[in-house]
Write a protein that binds this ligand. Structure first.
Ligand code: AR6
Length: 357
């Protein structure tokens, strides 16, 4: 996945470069800067002493010393003074300059903390947005694995309104479904059965979760099949329709990319999917993607809900109302928001798997 948000301690990660949210002296400090210097050891400080400091919005590179990375890229974020003092531009410059250095040093993988969002007081949701925007812009032109690491849950915030909206949407759908499932399940197995999630699995695989009775799965499959028929454009000939019914996931994906006039790279980049994985899917018509990959492509293609279910079904999956993950995807699709990175931010905030590989 070219951009991933992870929760971890940046000093514990193995990658080509980690980025340090430093101050302009480059001689260490608190927060992530303090943690990096402590873990890297004296050698890092000695090298930093030779660099002559660094301006806000700029970046400088050193070795990784005792860390599990080749390089540390030190960048100095802006202090937050209310947002009208060029903070955003300076923060964008931190990401761009750091990525430029990473590229110059042939880094394949780079990890960023949320620069300026701690001691420097940049509001965390806005800091995250700047990070995601700058990194995705960079990834349109370059192949690199970039991670944003957030230290703990409290240091990560999507906008309050989005969070509340999604929470309400989940509540709505989830409660409804559980009421229905509770009834269905009670009918099938009696009162004592355990409630769980009903992720649809490939039809040739055993049912993985307690709740998915065979009937329920078939119910869901036939619902999505029905839906997929509803989405067929009336102008398609019967022959065409029958051909499409037999299409594999990979064939359907490639057809839809063509229909939308997208290039392959536009599509896999928009899906946050790695080029190598896309090549595998392209060259193997029977390729079975993971559910998160399949959904990422549905999002990149801006499919509506029925079309998404149709594509997912070709990979053996479906969206259901008994999984928070699925409901969040449904929320974004029904709101016409097909920004995979914004979806991932929300998924992350709700502790769900992210879209992409
Ligand atoms: N791993 C990942 N993220 C971390 C870690 C860690 N080990 N520790 C903190 N964070 P901050 P700033 C997160 O304050 O706002 C220093 O004194 C943290 O939760 O480290 O750019 C420098 O010398 C927050 O979200 O950096 C400067 O004087 C993010 O990293 C000043 O702080 C950045 O928080 C820079 O302030």
């Amino acid at each position: 996945m070219p951009l991933q948000i992870i929760r971890n301690d940046i000093t514990k990660l193995t990658c080509d470069a980690i980025v340090n949210a430093a101050n302009s002296s480059l001689l260490g400090g608190g927060g992530v800067d303090g943690a990096i210097h402590k873990a890297a050891g004296k050698g890092l400080l000695l090298e930093c002493m030779k660099l002559g400091g660094c301006k806000v919005g700029q970046a400088k590179i050193t070795g990784g010393y005792n860390l599990s990375c080749k390089y540390v890229i030190h960048t100095v974020g802006p202090k937050w003074h209310g947002g009208t003092n060029g903070e955003r531009e300076l923060l964008e410059s931190c990401y761009r300059e750091s990525l430029r250095l990473a590229l110059e040093h042939d880094c394949q993988s780079v990890v960023f903390p949320l620069i300026s969002s701690g001691i420097y007081g940049y509001p965390k949701d806005q800091a995250l947005k700047v990070a995601v925007d700058c990194i995705t812009e960079f990834l349109i032109e370059h192949d690199m694995l970039v991670y944003i690491v957030v230290f703990d849950k409290s240091s990560f915030k999507i906008s309050e309104k989005l969070f509340t909206d999604i929470a309400a949407f989940i509540d709505d759908k989830y409660v409804d479904t559980h009421f229905i499932f509770r009834r269905t399940q009670r009918d099938a197995w009696g009162e004592s059965a355990v409630l769980g999630t009903t992720e649809l699995v490939r039809s040739d695989e055993p049912v993985q979760v307690a709740l998915s009775s065979e009937e329920l799965r078939e119910d869901e499959i036939s619902t999505s099949e029905k839906n997929s028929f509803q989405t067929q454009a009336p102008s398609i000939s019967l022959e065409e329709m029958l051909k499409q019914e037999d299409e594999s996931f990979s064939q359907a994906l490639l057809r839809k990319i063509d229909e939308r006039g997208m290039t392959d790279s536009e599509c896999y980049k928009k899906a946050n999917v790695d080029r190598k994985l896309f090549s595998k899917i392209r060259s193997d018509i029977h390729y079975h993607p993971s559910k998160t990959t399949a959904i990422a492509f549905a999002v990149a293609l801006e499919l509506n809900l029925d079309e998404t279910n149709d594509l997912l079904q070709r990979a053996g999956f479906a969206l259901s109302h008994s999984s928070k993950f699925d409901i969040i995807i449904e929320y974004f699709i029904t709101n016409g928001n097909y920004n995979v990175f914004e979806i991932n931010e929300a998924l992350f905030a709700f502790d769900q798997a992210l879209l992409g590989v």
